[in-house]
Design a protein around this ligand. Structure first.
Ligand SMILES: Cc1ncc(COP(=O)(O)O)c(C=O)c1O
Length: 376
């Protein structure tokens, strides 16, 4: 038998898994705490968890476990389509929105073609491109972490796909609609596809005005990503979706693996999307707690941040005298997990990301931060 290494396709030889937050088990091992003793601020999901109606729907779907799920998630696609006033043929559902990043790159990126994305941004776009055997081009965000429109447009010339995230992670910043529109229109003129991740847009007050979903008719090059992981809190069930022209959706639907979304996830997502009351309570909580945290974090003086557009803070802590890793470890010893952003391409070792949670939890974070800063 030849060495296994020699049997591997070249494009997957050097793949490395992307680093993410929410590494509760590793954090528990490192700190000696039990997983349930750790407060997770590293993952920016609904602090209230999923809607009870969604959980009940998942429980009711238990009796479907013995059968294959609907391979094309028809009911869920119809509910999503009705929600946005589009057609079911404009929707594809994935095993988390991450599945759709990989699917999109696999379907559209041919050998030697260029994919462009900002840095820093969500790491799985890069991994999805690398898995096809290509290497992405990165456009560094400006000093204030906004997209430099002209630099981006220059770099995206001849690109096959551009990846954008709005609001962006880890920066918690929206790109102005005029900038996005300008980039999408330039992309259209040069036959470039735009993969626009709106997974965190539901946390933004002007979501309805800011989403590009209603523009899929105008822009046949546009694919919009959404998830049930974030505001809906169905994180562990793994369900997300994409919205685009029927032509794009048909190609993706034919190329995806069958039965990609399980029956519990499909049922829960249908109920979650209909539970507007739960979304309202969540948005009210996030708005109030974001304002409170902003005030409290501002009092430290050594933390530099802008008002977040999404449900998480992105903080430059260099003036505190700590690195992100040191701050993370210190807080972990107090049972609090934050995201050390050192692993993000384009960032140095002084950035952290902190989710907005419930008041009691946020107050615990602030107390732990005070203890940490006092001890320096
Ligand atoms: C910006 C962004 N997009 C997509 C995802 C993936 O979400 P999902 O759970 O739907 O795969 C994440 C997860 O952290 C994210 O931060």
């Amino acid at each position: 038998m030849k060495p296994i290494e020699s049997l591997v396709r070249d494009n997957v030889k050097n793949l490395k898994p992307c680093v993410h937050g929410a590494e509760i088990l590793g954090a528990a091992e490192q700190s000696g705490l039990l997983p349930q003793e750790i407060l997770d601020f590293s993952s920016s999901v609904n602090p209230l968890g999923p809607s009870k109606k969604a959980l009940d729907a998942a429980k009711r779907a238990f009796n479907q476990i013995a059968a294959y799920p609907d391979s094309n998630s028809n009911e869920l696609r119809q509910v999503i389509a009705s929600h946005y006033g589009i057609s079911k043929g404009n929707v594809v559902v994935g095993n988390g929105s991450t599945e759709l990043m990989y699917l999109f790159a696999e379907v559209f990126l041919k050998k030697g073609e260029k994919a462009v994305m900002p840095a820093p941004t969500f790491g799985e776009y890069e991994s999805a491109v690398c898995k096809t055997g290509e290497t992405p081009k990165f456009v560094k965000l400006g000093k204030d972490f906004s997209i430099d429109r002209d630099a981006f447009k220059l770099e995206m010339a001849c690109a096959k796909i551009i990846f954008l995230c709005n609001p962006n992670s880890p920066t918690s910043m929206l790109t102005p609609k005029e900038t996005l529109t300008n980039i999408i229109e330039t992309a259209l003129e040069q036959n470039t596809l735009v993969f626009l991740d709106e997974d965190f847009l539901e946390f933004v007050e002007d979501e309805k005005a800011l989403t590009m979903i209603r523009k899929i008719g105008k822009y046949p090059n546009l694919f919009i990503l959404r998830s049930f992981t974030k505001i809906f809190g169905l994180t562990g069930l793994r369900v997300g979706y994409g919205i685009a022209s029927e032509e794009i959706i048909n190609l993706l639907s034919c190329a995806k693996i069958p039965w990609n979304v399980n029956c519990l996830a499909q049922a829960a997502a249908v109920a979650a999307l209909k539970d507007e009351a739960h979304l309202r309570v969540t948005r009210d909580l996030i708005k109030k707690e974001k304002a409170w945290l902003q005030g409290e974090l501002g009092k430290f003086g050594s933390f530099k941040f802008s008002a977040p557009d999404a449900n998480f803070f992105f903080i430059d802590i260099r003036k505190s005298g700590l690195t992100a890793t040191k701050l993370k470890n210190n807080l972990l010893s107090q049972g609090i997990l934050i995201r050390d952003c050192t692993s993000f391409r384009g960032l140095d070792e002084f950035y952290v990301r902190i989710a907005v949670k419930t008041h009691v939890e946020n107050a615990r974070l602030i107390e732990a931060l005070k203890r940490t800063v006092k001890a320096i």
